[in-house]
Design a protein around this ligand. Structure first.
Ligand code: CA
Length: 220
């Protein structure tokens, strides 16, 4: 389960974020100051931290992030109310991943958090491929196009994975059959064309799946 720690002293904002994050099915813990935030991060090991900069007590959000970076690379999304704070965030000397300015819409924060988590996963495992508005999560076997879920038949998945494993390389129909259907499969190589048409229909124009004349197909 995705776990989020929110460090924010304004309780109405904390509650609002909590509500929206829980709607996504995430586990949320809200801390009201920097020390409580660091403690929550240590104990809950979140996937992401949403960190307000203006905090009561000894530590502001910058201090919290700096302290955090001594032992953790957890992504941090800053909440900020002031332009001069943005300058410091963009300087990135403290290692934040993104920021949202107050006042904000909770939806925007949810979208930012999702984008950061996707980036994190894709760099960590290579399991998530993003092309335009198509997001292919190979580990979870999920595809979204423009944030809408798209179902693929198992053979369409197999074909797509074969293409993804060989990004940038043109593959013949026979090679694709061997990779996606297995070398023992006997049948018409035009089966590949039928499935390619399905992939193009389901994933749309942005799918970088090229027909290579005289050879077959290439992804990317
Ligand atoms: Ca605050």
């Amino acid at each position: 389960m995705t776990t989020v720690v929110v460090v924010e002293d304004e309780s109405d904002i904390g509650q609002l974020l909590s509500l929206y994050f829980r709607k996504e099915g995430w586990s949320v813990h809200v801390a009201g100051d920097g020390a409580g935030g660091l403690e929550a991060i240590r104990s809950r090991k979140p996937d992401i931290v949403v960190l307000d900069i203006g905090l009561p007590g000894d530590m502001d959000g910058f201090d919290v992030c700096r302290e955090l970076r001594r032992h953790s690379q957890v992504p941090v999304l800053f909440l900020t109310a002031r332009d001069d704070e943005i300058d410091r965030i963009l300087g990135l000397e403290i290692g934040g991943d993104d920021y949202v300015t107050k006042p904000f819409s909770p939806r925007e924060i949810v979208a930012r958090v999702k984008a950061i988590l996707r980036r994190g996963r894709s760099t960590a495992t290579g399991a998530v491929v993003e092309v335009g508005s198509i997001v292919i999560d190979r580990q979870r076997r999920e595809i979204t196009v423009d944030d809408r879920h798209q179902e693929l038949a198992s053979q369409e998945w197999a074909l797509l994975e074969a293409l993804l494993d060989n990004r940038g390389t043109a593959l013949s129909r026979q090679q694709l059959l061997d990779l996606a259907w297995g070398v023992d499969w006997i049948g018409d190589p035009r089966t590949v064309d039928v499935h390619v048409r399905q992939l193009r229909r389901k994933l749309g124009e942005q799918l970088p799946l090229a027909t290579v004349r005289g050879v077959g197909y290439r992804f990317g």
